[in-house]
Design a protein around this ligand. Structure first.
Ligand SMILES: Nc1ncnc2c1ncn2[C@@H]1O[C@H](COP(=O)(O)OP(=O)(O)O)[C@@H](O)[C@H]1O
Ligand SMILES: [Mg+2]
Length: 268
C-alpha cells in the first residue's frame, strides 16, 4: 500500500506521516517512510535517536553517488548523463531503521515541470518512480506541498493521497488546488485529514467546507505535540489522543482502499 501525504506547509504533514508510519509498524507491517521535504524532519517526528539521525543523508546531496550513477556532477547542465540511473539498491543502502520504520531522506530537488534537466533531478525522479513501482508492503511519502512528485505514470501506484488541512479557509483553498492538480494527473483517491482542530465547531467547519474530499479523520490541537518536538520524542509516544486517532485512521485507510478496489472490480 502506498500513501502520499500532501498539504500546505506547516499544517502537520510530517506529524501525520510519523504517526501513521509508527501505527502501521506496530501493527506488524513493513514500513518505508520517505521524507521528500527539502528540509527533512520526519526523523525527528519519528523520534529517531541522534546517532541514527547522523547516519541519514538526503539522496539529493550525495554528489558522489549522483556522479557515479548518472555520469555527471550535480549542478552541471548540458553535457551527457543518463536519465535512468540505477537506483534499486538505494532504499536499502541509504535508509535507517528504528522501531520497524525504515526512513529514507530524498532532499531538495526541483521536480516541478520540465524546467530542470540536471543529474540530481534525473536521479531523484528515477528514485521516486522506483519507490512507487516497488512492491513495498507499506510506503508513506511525506511530500512537501502538492503533487509535484507525482506524474501520470506513477499515480496508479498511489493507493491514497491524504491532504492535511487546518481548520482555516486558506488551508482548505490549498486543499482544493491540490485536488484539482491531483485530478489532472488522474489521481482521485484523496482523503482529507483535519489537524490542529480545537473544538467541535472547527471539526464541523472542515466537514462543511471540504472541497469535495471525504474526511478521513481529525487530529486535535495539542500543545504536547510541540513539547514532543522539544523533548526529541515521537508524538506517537507522547500524545495518546493523536496516537489513538492515527491508529484508527490507519485502519480506515486500508478499509477504504479495499472497498474502492472491490468497487473497481465490480464495475470492470
Ligand atoms: N495537532 C497538533 N497540535 C499542535 N501542534 C501541532 C499539531 N500538529 C502539528 N503541530 C505543530 O505544527 C508544526 C508543523 O507541523 P509539521 O508536521 O512539521 O507540518 P508540515 O510537515 O506540514 O510542514 C510543528 O511545530 C508541529 O509540532
Ligand atoms: Mg513536513
Amino acid at each position: 500500500m502506498k500513501i502520499a501525504i500532501s498539504g500546505k506547509g506547516g499544517v502537520g504533514k510530517t506529524t501525520l506521516a510519523a504517526l501513521l508510519a509508527q501505527a502501521y509498524a506496530d501493527a506488524g507491517r513493513t514500513v518505508l517512510a520517505v521524507d521528500a521535504d527539502p528540509s527533512p524532519c520526519l526523523a525527528g517526528a519519528l523520534g529517531f535517536p541522534g546517532e541514527l539521525r547522523q547516519q541519514l543523508h538526503p539522496i539529493a546531496e550525495m554528489d558522489d553517488l549522483i556522479y557515479e550513477r548518472t555520469g555527471a556532477k550535480p549542478g552541471t547542465t548540458g553535457g551527457f548523463f543518463t536519465l535512468n540511473p540505477r537506483v534499486d539498491d538505494i532504499p536499502e543502502r541509504f535508509s535507517v531503521s528504528h522501531r520497524d520504520v525504515r526512513l529514507l531522506e530524498m532532499g531538495s530537488v526541483d521536480l516541478g515541470g520540465s524546467g530542470c534537466i540536471c543529474p540530481e533531478s534525473a536521479m531523484l525522479k528515477t528514485l521516486f518512480t522506483h519507490l512507487l513501482f516497488r512492491k513495498d508492503d507499506l510506503l508513506i511519502l511525506d511530500m512537501y506541498a502538492g503533487v509535484e512528485h507525482l506524474g501520470r505514470a506513477t499515480v496508479d501506484f498511489v493507493d491514497a493521497m491524504l491532504v492535511v488541512v487546518e481548520p482555516t479557509r486558506r488551508s482548505l483553498g490549498t486543499a482544493a488546488q491540490i485536488k484539482s492538480l491531483a485530478n489532472d494527473i488522474g489521481l482521485h483517491r484523496l482523503w482529507l485529514v483535519g489537524n490542529k482542530v480545537r473544538n467541535e465547531e472547527e471539526a464541523a467547519f472542515l466537514r462543511a467546507e471540504t472541497p469535495g474530499i471525504p474526511v478521513l479523520g481529525t487530529l486535535p490541537a495539542d500543545l504536547a505535540v510541540q513539547e514532543a518536538d522539544r523533548l526529541g520524542i515521537a508524538v506517537y509516544d507522547h500524545v495518546p489522543a493523536l496516537k489513538r486517532e492515527a491508529v484508527r485512521m490507519a485502519n480506515s485507510i486500508e478499509e477504504n482502499i479495499t472497498t474502492l478496489r472491490e468497487e473497481q472490480i465490480n464495475t470492470n
